[in-house]
Ligand binder design. Structure first.
Ligand code: IFM
Length: 453
């Protein structure tokens, strides 16, 4: 019996899209093959202490060589949508200028394989791996990135736009600005709050510019951008905590969606953002907006925040889930399906959003591989509860059109290396053997079920 309480796939409607999401740097490997240039993560991962256990993505899941079988697995599991990202460094090793035909050839093989299996390919243009050649020029701090990104997008749409309809411009830009350029926990490892503002602005400009380039070149394109969102609870009703929660919400949930919708940056809740003005050129306010066909909403957890005098600029701190006696994943993230429901309801209030795709959702747990099986009961429950929350929001009128589970298989989880396993498929990184976990089997059963009551 694959039914969860009273929900089934049929409840979501026959036009609801079901798929899995991945990212180039996390799965491809083959970092030194076929003319690919270095990216900022290649360089960052070589520095001591940046990635847990000193892991590197040199081989990752070897998807570069195994995409055929992996896509056959996607099909066998019942998914009809496959989201992957393009490695900018594979396409244009120097970041701008010469295009690497072998990079184009790889993604053509991948796309054609998807289509031959009846799977819809979804391209993410930027999922955190920036050509190192651009990073040395300042990366996302350099305003020129708007041109570089537009040119890269043009190369991608010219190469793949005849067969790919679904495009996601950026993946979770807040992670790039926050973890990459402010706390330094991600590549390029830059620290300092003064990096944050120009990086945010350039990402937000590229988010819209990428959309425009796709619109101009791909007939009938379905264009979105993917935003990480976490419903924010104030720790108490104390007005300082309430204001801290509003600031956190502005940063975590509003910072990229509102400029895209033509609403500007959320300076009302977080006046510090007014300082972005110093990076705005004439015409930028209009250039930040783009009429996206959908917004990719990515949700894993919700957060509780309180005021803090120890955190200048933001004046807030998160109360970790691990100290709150709530269920958590192996990442220490709160398992809170109601947070998914709440954030969908929050996004419903933006009347400018046409459609929402939950473009990532999933969980890392400490999987136990034994006798060729992974009995990941917690992850099964996670998917059941989060899907029920999405369905509840949908039935109340939120225009959610699809769900892409994160992720097909265990992979290189950024600063966590291989230690955090998010996959529906277990990967033995020595042998590259794949084993579908119970959660993967459960989702397959769910997708193949027709409603009986
Ligand atoms: O693995 C990441 C992904 O690359 C972006 N969204 C969150 C996932 C889990 O941390």
């Amino acid at each position: 019996m694959t039914k969860i309480d009273c929900i089934s796939k049929a409840d979501f409607g026959t036009d609801f899209l079901w798929g899995v999401a991945t990212a180039a740097y996390q799965i491809e490997g083959a970092v030194n093959e076929d003319g690919r240039g270095d990216c900022n993560w290649d360089v960052f991962a070589k520095k001591n202490g940046k990635i847990k256990n000193g892991d590197r993505a040199t081989f990752a899941c070897d998807f570069y060589h195994r995409y055929d079988e992996d896509l056959e697995l996607v099909q066998a599991m019942g998914f009809k949508e496959f989201r992957f990202s393009i490695s900018w460094s594979r396409m244009i090793p120097g970041g701008f200028g010469d295009v690497n035909q072998k990079g184009i050839d790889f993604y053509n093989r991948l796309i054609n394989k998807c289509l031959s299996l009846g799977i819809e390919p979804w391209i993410t243009l930027y999922h955190w791996d920036l050509p190192q050649a651009l990073e040395v020029l300042g990366g996302w701090k350099n305003r020129k990135i708007v041109e570089w990104f537009a040119d890269y997008t043009k190369v991608c749409v010219a190469a793949f736009g005849d067969r790919v309809r679904s495009w996601i411009v950026l993946n979770e830009p807040m992670a790039v600005a926050g973890l990459g350029y402010t706390t330094g926990l991600h590549a390029p490892g830059k620290k300092g709050v003064w990096n944050f503002l120009p990086v945010v602005h350039h990402l937000a400009l590229c988010q819209a510019e990428g959309g425009r380039v796709i619109r101009d070149h791909v007939a009938n394109a379905y264009i979105g951008t993917a935003i990480s969102c976490s419903y924010v609870h104030a720790y108490s009703t104390n007005p300082r905590d309430v204001r801290a929660a509003k600031r956190a919400d502005a940063l975590m949930n509003r910072l990229f969606i509102e400029p895209a919708l033509g609403l500007g940056y959320p300076t009302d809740a977080f006046p510090f953002l007014k300082q972005i003005n110093q990076y705005m050129l004439a015409g930028d306010a209009e250039k930040l907006a783009f009429d996206f066909d959908f917004i990719g909403l990515q949700n894993y957890f919700s957060v509780v925040v309180k005021h803090s005098y120890l955190a200048p600029v933001v004046w807030l701190k998160e109360v970790p889930a691990t100290l709150r006696n709530v269920p958590t994943t192996a990442m220490g993230w709160e398992v809170n399906p109601d947070g998914m429901y709440q954030i969908l309801k929050q996004f419903e209030k933006y009347k400018e959003i046409k459609e929402i795709i939950v473009s990532e959702n999933g969980a890392a747990f400490d999987d136990d591989f034994s006798e060729n099986e992974v009995s990941d009961k917690q992850r099964v429950l996670f998917f059941q509860q989060y899907l029920a929350a999405i369905l509840k929001a949908k039935q109340e009128g939120v225009n959610v059109k699809g769900y892409l589970a994160w992720t097909l298989m265990d992979n290189f989880e950024w600063a966590e290396g291989y230690s955090a396993r998010f996959g529906l498929v277990f990967v033995d990184f020595e042998s590259q053997q794949r084993t579908v976990k119970d959660s993967g089997k459960w989702l397959t059963g769910f997708l193949n079920e027709t409603k009986t009551s």
